[in-house]
Design a protein around this ligand. Sequence first.
Ligand SMILES: Cc1ncc(COP(=O)(O)O)c(C=O)c1O
Length: 392
Amino acid sequence: MQRAALEKIRADIPALAHSVWFQNGGVSVTPRAIAAEQMRFMREMVERGPMHIVYPDEEYPRRARSKSRLARFFGVAPPELALMRGVSEAYQTVLRGLTWRRGDQVLTTAEEDAALYLPSLHLRDRHGVDVVKVPLLADMEAQPDAFAARTTDRTRLLAISHVTTDTGFRLPVAQICAQARERGIPTFVDLAHSAGLFPIDLPELGCDFAGILSYKWMYAPYASGALYIRSEQFEALQVTYAGGRAEAWLRYDTDTYALKEGADRFEYGPWSWPLVHTWAFAADYLAAIGLDTIWGRTAQLTRRLKQGLLAIPGVTLYTPFETERSAALVSFTVAGWDGAELTQTLRDRWRIIVRPLTIAHNGVRASVSFFLLEDEIDLLIDAVRSLAQSRR
Ligand SMILES: Cc1ncc(COP(=O)(O)O)c(C=O)c1O
């Protein structure tokens, strides 16, 4: 990526002036151009009134276009996307749309964010479903087999992250999903830490369902999201929550209705369309920079950070070193330091923002955005080196 292009993007993100930003995996900083788009819709609403009421001929086609732009970004047809508030809601929609019997099984990983983990445990407690956690393996070749080995004739769903939230493992999702499909097991993939980082073609990835977020690596405002449903799965998934706006038609004289045909039958209730329009704008913003460019620079920066950390005595890197096995998250521990204390100290002394690990390790997670500078990566390495030395 050209230096001038990088500087232009950085100048477009005022929040970068206040900290050294390694927490994009939480919620992203917002580029001015994307914020301006959101504000444009708010201004429009103030000046012209509620969009779909006052000028439906403009707003409804705009809604369709926003969905199409998002669908194009993920290589799917617009009817395969249902708007959601985020991955949590997308996953719940799938869980509640399937039929469960006591003793059925959900296969997941040992490192899922609450968005998948909590609904799975809740399903266990309500319906007696077993939640089986598959460990993350250092040997990527062995990972699909680790899922296969735990699959039984009671496995009803496989639900995993594309990139895990704490240690940042990128799973070989295409192989895992292909294997599950051979056994007739539907698959849900959480794209929270992959959408926006490199090109994703969902049909190629091969999952039946996916949960997508606006507010991390797609740099759109907090929060909107989507549920992808492969069209072949439309019939298998029941609508549990039917509400206003899910209907294709609704008749008061006969008390009858029909739900919409596509994945949008899972959308109900009022919606913040400015958020969705802005998310579609953000997808175009990323596409204009180029997802290959974004990924190329992310890989370069994460490699630099991992190499620097590995050279420090007392540092253990949890994220796989290979870029094809990881994404933008780099997680590590420093001997003698608690993750929360390390997070606070990096913030207090260097204005470096990371977050503590929460699942299996006591360390920190650094999220590496493509617009970070090499100097910022080196600052984190130097800060960790000095803290590691101080406790040896
Ligand atoms: C892997 C992963 N999935 C999902 C989420 C959040 O999803 P939601 O905002 O829908 O709860 C996060 C983090 O915030 C995450 O790390």
